[in-house]
Design a protein around this ligand. Structure first.
Ligand code: GRF
Length: 181
């Protein structure tokens, strides 16, 4: 089973899955990394791990790469761009996304990174979490695969909350991918 990661940033979720593949928790091969941003640290991670990595912005070229590398499962791991309907159709039920909130709350366009945790705190929530879901045409709206809850502490800032959620994301993503594989 060949896994591809689509990334835009740090790639800590990607790293968590790579590590789980390396220690055989996930029985699959991290085969391809595609970033829409040339500065993404995820690209450096791919280089260190010897995984073929490309900066591609064009959806048609992304589709060709996914086919070339015979990808079976695509993980959007901090990918801030929309993927095309072509890719969605070709990889129906083979694309998952991780999002740092309890969807359907705090999802959609503009809801990424600290924006999510700021909105959660501003709303006075006392619980948040993370979600892994199938990718559909709309941002953050596909069927939910798995969620984890994270309690909010009185003294939380968007940063402190984001850090705790991210730790839980890693575990959630590993478990979900393990089961999918
Ligand atoms: C994570 O919070 C993920 O849920 C969201 O973007 C962030 C990516 O973090 N989609 P990283 O690049 O995996 O460290």
């Amino acid at each position: 089973m060949n896994i591809a990661f689509l990334v835009s940033g740090n790639g800590s979720n990607m790293q968590a899955v790579i590590d789980a593949c390396k220690n055989n928790t996930i029985k699959a091969k991290p085969s391809l990394v595609i970033s829409n941003k040339s500065q993404a640290y995820a690209l450096k991670r791919a280089e260190i791990e010897n995984i073929p990595a490309f900066v591609i912005k064009d959806n048609q070229v992304i589709l060709e790469k996914l086919q070339e590398y015979q990808i079976d499962l695509i993980i959007l791991a901090g990918y801030l761009k929309k993927i095309s309907n072509d890719i969605l159709h070709y990889y129906k039920n083979k694309i998952i996304n991780i999002h740092p909130s309890l969807l359907p709350k705090y999802g959609g366009k503009g809801m990424y990174g600290l924006h999510v945790h700021k909105a959660v705190l501003a709303a006075g929530e006392n619980i948040t979490g993370a979600t892994v879901h199938w990718v559909s045409e709309e941002y953050d709206q596909g069927p939910i695969l798995a969620q984890v809850k994270v309690p909010i502490l009185k003294e939380d800032t968007p940063q402190s909350l984001g850090k705790r959620v991210l730790e839980q994301e890693h575990q959630l993503l590993i478990t979900t991918v393990q089961q999918l594989v």
